[in-house]
Each structure stands twice: as structure tokens, then as C-alpha cells.
Write a protein that binds this ligand. Structure first.
Ligand code: MTE
Length: 320
């Protein structure tokens, strides 16, 4: 399978833009422009100083209706109304409701640790510096459901190269925002907030590893991790940490929220593997949201060709 199957640009021609009754204020619109970075769209619709302050329609299409395996993309409705985001609630259908007013601007991400050039990036800097591309990925949750999602974003590797990791940097640790005034779930003392995740430096540098800033050609909605979340498509969904504010390069394997709570159930690697059951359920098959019945789970969620080499020295039969 060639890489190009994953890297689809978004061919947004003005003629393809149909109203979808989604109206954004001018500031959001400008941000969206940064996210999509589509020249054709800019040329015809660039908001000038004369542009209306009030509202502009925004409906951008995805470049395909399926992923590279031919599986249909889930609907925007499904992707944005069935979420895991414990900072808000454990009820998947309530996340969108509770996260509705989550404040994503201003937003900063601190990238630091074992690097030559530590830097704190404002979200706008990131959007300007790293033009967004579309990546249609399967997301496989450890709970054995899955979706196909057309993300927008840029490779994490591009951001890391910017800060020049030292050769001693072996792992990357990610941290989500901590703000219990906006996130009622963070009042639950049971969880060791903030949410944290980690990757090896090789995983972080892999081209599939995405910093997502949008989906379906629109800005990322709060429930999906706005304004910036990680997407690691060959790993269980809990690795794909939302609302990131810190990225630290370190020389030890970091603790993660889930491995702190239940190390035997949610390990550090968490590669999708149909042969290794979760202690409480099988991982051999999954329920694709929007479908009836189950489909077999694929090794590395179908991305073995891109990532299997990362694990040649690891016994994948060991849990995670
Ligand atoms: N990130 C944070 N900060 N908090 C969370 O609770 N849940 C994870 C992951 N990232 C989670 C998170 C889990 S378990 C999954 S399956 C995915 O987000 C779900 O992403 P989605 O809601 O965009 O489908």
C-alpha cells in the first residue's frame, strides 16, 4: 500500500462549496482558513477588511467518501456525538453537550524538555506554520468500537523538528489542559488529572502520527479535542490525547493516565492487536459505529505496512 493513499489534499473548489447552514463569526472563519490552508478557497473567499464581521458560510467537503480500504467515512453527526472525553463526562452522548462552550482561544502549546530550541507556540502560529492536510484514518477504541474519520492536521514530526530534539530524547509526553472550571469531569478525584499520554520518539516521528486541528474540513469541535489533539491511528483511541497544552521530550517512559489507573488493561504501547484480548473482553472484532454486526479487527488497525517495523524487537504477544 502506498503512502499516498493516506495523504489526500482537500480539493476545495469554490464551486463545490454548498451552504450547510453553518455560520462562523469572522474570527473563527480566519482560524478555519488557517486550518484548511486551501489556496483556491482563499482566492475567491478571502475575508478582506471589508468582509462582513457577522457571518460567513463554511462548508468544506472531504476528498473521498471512503478510507483507503474502501470503508465508508462516518458521518459528521456520528463523529461529533459519540465521544470519549472523561474531563467532561463518561457518557459518550453527553460530551458534545457539556463541551459546547469549552474555550479554545487563546491557546498555547509548550514544547520543551530534551530539545535545542524549546518553544511555546500560539495556536495561530501552528496553523500558519504547518498547513493542514486531510488524513482519513480509522479510529479503533479499546472498548471495541470504531469509526472512519476525515481529520485535518499536520504531522507531529514537523512540529518536533522545529524544536530540534536532542539525541537523548527517547519519548514524548503529552498533557491535556487542566481546567476543572470548564471540565466537570476533572472534579472526579478518582482520575489522576491532567490526562497524559506518551509515545516513543520513533512513533512520534512516524509520518502517520498526526496533530489534528480539524475534521470534515471544519475546525475541530470541542468534543473531538479542540483546538489540538493527537491522532495515532494504529493504537487504541486512548493514546490520541485531546486538548494538548504540553509536549515534553524526555529520556524515560512516561506515566499515562490510563496506565496509572489500570496498568494491566491499558499499557503504554496499546497497539491495536486482534490477537491480544483485553483482560475483560476480546479484541478480535469491533463494532463500526453506524453499522450492524461486527467486523474483524485488523493488526495495527490496518496500518501494519507503515508501522510494524517499529516493533520488530518487541514481543507483541506481551499485553500491549
Ligand atoms: N483525551 C483526553 N484528554 N481525555 C479523554 O478522555 N479519551 C480517549 C481519546 N483522547 C480521551 C482523550 C479515548 S478513550 C478515545 S477512544 C478517543 O479520545 C476518542 O476520540 P473521539 O471522541 O474524537 O472519537
Amino acid at each position: 500500500m502506498s503512502h499516498s493513499a493516506f495523504y489526500k489534499s482537500v480539493p476545495v473548489k469554490p464551486s463545490e462549496i454548498t451552504p450547510e447552514h453553518i455560520y462562523l463569526n469572522r474570527r473563527q472563519f480566519l482560524k478555519a482558513m488557517g486550518v484548511i490552508g486551501a489556496g483556491a478557497f482563499l482566492a475567491s473567499c478571502a475575508p478582506s477588511e471589508q468582509a462582513s464581521e457577522s457571518a460567513a458560510p463554511l462548508d468544506l467537503k472531504v476528498s473521498a467518501t471512503t478510507d483507503e480500504l474502501g470503508d465508508p467515512i462516518n458521518t459528521y453527526e456520528e463523529i461529533t456525538n459519540y465521544n470519549n472525553y472523561y474531563e467532561f463526562t463518561t457518557d459518550k452522548r453527553q460530551v458534545a453537550v457539556l463541551a459546547k462552550d469549552f474555550k479554545t482561544s487563546p491557546w498555547q502549546v509548550e514544547v520543551y524538555g530534551l530539545v535545542n530550541k524549546p518553544k511555546t507556540f500560539g495556536l495561530e502560529d501552528l496553523l500558519r506554520k504547518f498547513p493542514a492536510e486531510e488524513r482519513i484514518y480509522r479510529l479503533r477504541c479499546v472498548e471495541a468500537w470504531s469509526m472512519v474519520i476525515p481529520w485535518m492536521g499536520f504531522p507531529l514530526a514537523a512540529l518536533l523538528k522545529e524544536v530540534e530534539p536532542l539525541s537523548t530524547a527517547k519519548y514524548v509526553r503529552f498533557e491535556s489542559i487542566m481546567d476543572s472550571s470548564q471540565m466537570p469531569g476533572q472534579k472526579q478525584r478518582f482520575y489522576p488529572w491532567p490526562y497524559q499520554e506518551g509515545l516513543t520518539i520513533e512513533e512520534a516521528m512516524n509520518d502517520l502520527t498526526l496533530m489534528a486541528t480539524g475534521l470534515y474540513g471544519k475546525m475541530l469541535p470541542p468534543q473531538n479535542g479542540a483546538p489540538l489533539r493527537l491522532v495515532v491511528p494504529w493504537k487504541y483511541g486512548f493514546k490520541s490525547i485531546k486538548a494538548i497544552v504540553k509536549i515534553e521530550l524526555i529520556d524515560y517512559e512516561p506515566n499515562t493516565l490510563w496506565s496509572t489507573i489500570a496498568p494491566h488493561e491499558y499499557g503504554f504501547y496499546a497497539n491495536v492487536n486482534p490477537q491480544v484480548p483485553h483482560p475483560r473482553w476480546s479484541q478480535a472484532s469491533e463494532r463500526r459505529i453506524g453499522e450492524s454486526g461486527r467486523r474483524p479487527t485488523l493488526m495495527f488497525n490496518g496500518y501494519a505496512e507503515q508501522v510494524a517495523h517499529l516493533y520488530k524487537d518487541i514481543n507483541l504477544k506481551d499485553f500491549y
